[in-house]
Design a binder for this molecule. Structure first.
Ligand code: PEP
Length: 255
């Protein structure tokens, strides 16, 4: 495993006090276990709690990210938040194309590309989510879906632009049932060669979908897995820090 990147997606969870308690505990446990020396950890709280979390991250190596952004820098887009605004409150990352954005809010590949370009304009590192639904997998369309979701993104590649690709099979998100290691291995092999073939060998490839403290080590042992995007388990500091620790152990055994 290369230097791991572990991303917490808190989704629409945590009131202000809960966010403060959660980040404090993550910082405390990470420090106790000396986990801030390898790889990257990114917390993506709800927008309204970003500043609270940021104030608790002073003097730590943990980074901040937004869960989404709009395609324009400012203007009459009621209810939206721009990449520039995220940057201004201390974010360095932003998640784009999460399956919940695609399915619940109807975002298509074109919007995802525009958000990615906007994130770059604002000097943020986009974390771009791709993945097939259960129906698409059962219809043997997984590779077509991944190719389509990454197709227009690949055309805008430039080695100077950092981004992270997150493989998140939709059927494994929030279900408590992660993809099997063999399924992750096949998908990551496919995506790795797609990315390498499009000038993106520098792009880390992380897995998301019901990663938890119990299955993290097995998932991090899969070839071409460079980290994880974690939803449910990131809301419990002990579980999230156990996942970070598993990524460090996996990194250590391969270097
Ligand atoms: C996610 O929201 O990206 C995610 C992977 O959630 P969970 O870990 O709960 O499956």
């Amino acid at each position: 495993m290369t230097k791991p990147i572990i991303v917490a997606n808190w989704k629409m969870n945590t009131l202000a006090d809960q966010a403060r308690r959660l980040v404090r505990r993550i910082v405390e446990l990470s420090a106790e276990q000396h986990l801030d020396s390898v790889g990257t950890v990114v917390l993506c709280p709800p927008f309204v709690n970003i500043s609270i979390v940021r104030s608790e991250l002073t003097d730590t190596a943990i980074e901040l990210g937004g869960q989404n952004c709009w395609t324009e820098p400012y203007g009459a887009y009621t209810g939206e938040v721009s990449a520039e605004m995220l940057r201004a409150v201390g974010c360095s990352y932003v998640i784009v194309g999460h399956s919940e954005r695609r399915t619940i809010f109807g975002e298509d590949d074109e919007i995802v590309l525009r958000k990615m370009l906007r994130a770059w304009e604002a000097s943020l590192i986009p974390i771009v989510c791709v993945g097939e639904t259960l129906h698409q997998r059962q219809m043997h369309q997984t590779w077509d879906v991944l190719r389509r979701q990454l197709g227009n993104i690949a055309q805008h590649q430039d080695r100077s632009r950092a981004w992270v690709c997150a493989y998140e099979p939709v059927w494994a998100i929030g279900t408590g049932i992660a993809a099997e290691p063999e399924q992750i291995e096949q998908a990551h092999l496919y995506l790795r060669s797609f990315l390498d073939g499009h000038g993106c060998s520098h792009v880390p490839l992380i897995y998301g979908g019901s990663v938890n403290a119990n299955n993290a080590a097995e998932i991090f042992a899969v070839p071409n897995v460079d980290g994880a995007l974690v939803g449910t388990a990131s809301l419990v500091a002990e579980s999230f820090v156990a996942i970070i620790r598993a990524s460090h152990d996996a990194h250590r055994t391969t270097t």
